[in-house]
Design a protein around this ligand. Sequence first.
Ligand code: SF4
Length: 169
Amino acid sequence: MKDKNFDELKITGLRINYLHVCKRKLWLFDRGIRMEHTSNMVLLGSLLQDYYYQRKERKNILIDNLIQIDIIDNESIREVKYSNKLKEADEAQLLYYLYYLKRLGVSKKGILNYPKIKRREELILTEELEKEVEKDLEEAKKVLSLNKPPKVEKKTFCSKCAYFEFCWS
Ligand code: SF4
């Protein structure tokens, strides 16, 4: 992907995460439609990060006012999540961060941390995975340019989603 295209497509990591959770959720969130507990999982992840990783100095690094990385050290970047129920979305978000950093000339490995369940997963950005990130960026652009939100689609986690009432009542 050329730099110009990337500059036009780049979005926040949370939006990449939502793309994988539910395209409708991504669209609603992007339009500023927020329900009360929309960011509870984000908040819980942040509290866990403070609790379990007090000695890590470089935390919550904001890059280009766009992506916020939970923890950075010499070798890796880490994302701290409350639960692994949406692991695929967490992976996509972390791979996007690795991709973003690579474009800035920084190569690191990624670590997903789920301290509550004592799990950790390492991710390395391969050429194949870079293509996946680029596909995500294109797809997110398509969703965000829709005039109306994508249709409701029943998902197993709908009942736990902040937009449940909005979508299903
Ligand atoms: S309630 Fe279900 S369909 Fe609606 S935004 Fe959430 S996950 Fe998507």
